[in-house]
Design a protein around this ligand. Structure first.
Ligand code: SF4
Length: 184
């Protein structure tokens, strides 16, 4: 990805990781991207009442090339899916995704052929934000959780090790169709 991938493991990498994570978590720039009613709550988070600029995130980018956060705010139609993926591909690395609202995360009440049943079918999601719609306070809370995740993101060889461990855990996990709810 960058020069940080060339840094050898050890104390030096730990320090670089901390500084890089600290810098990144305070300079996340979202792409201007809203799909449905949830986007109104996302926009409200930028108003003086909620003031997302406290987290350095008030500058919604007009082009994906200068954005590193995609907030999928609303349901994703099948027609919109390739467009969403193209916007994601054009965003700069490293990049993150917040799935805002039940529609983006699972299709919500729109259990039909026209709506994607979860945006994680086409892009990797870092934070799932529940609700219909989630309040701006919940969006701010998701931003704080994402910042903590960014701060703890490993670099270089540590990142490779973490990615392998995550893939192994995903392969060993129980398939969702075998999971039982509270009423099972
Ligand atoms: S979760 Fe609710 S508010 Fe958000 S897009 Fe779906 S229907 Fe609209």
């Amino acid at each position: 990805m960058g020069i940080e991938d060339k840094v050898p493991a050890g104390i030096l990498l730990t320090t670089v990781e901390y500084v890089a994570g600290y810098s990144r978590m305070h300079s996340v720039w979202p792409a201007t991207f809203g799909l449905a009613c949830c986007a109104i709550e996302m926009m409200a988070a930028g108003s003086p009442d909620y003031d997302v600029s406290r987290f350095g995130m008030e500058y919604f980018q007009a082009t994906p090339r200068t954005a590193d956060l995609m907030v999928v705010a609303g349901r994703v139609s099948q027609k919109m899916a390739p467009v969403l993926r193209q916007v994601y591909d054009q965003m700069s690395e490293p990049k993150w995704v917040i799935s805002m609202g039940v529609c983006a995360s699972s299709g919500g009440m729109f259990n039909n052929y026209a709506i994607l049943q979860g945006v994680d079918h086409i892009v990797p999601v870092d934070i799932y934000l529940p609700g219909c719609p989630p309040r701006p306070e919940m969006f701010l809370n998701a931003c704080v959780a994402l910042h903590e995740q960014i701060q703890a993101t490993p670099l270089g060889v540590n990142r490779v090790t973490a990615a392998r461990a995550a893939e192994a855990a995903a392969l060993a996990a129980m398939p969702t169709h075998q999971m039982k709810g509270l009423l099972a």
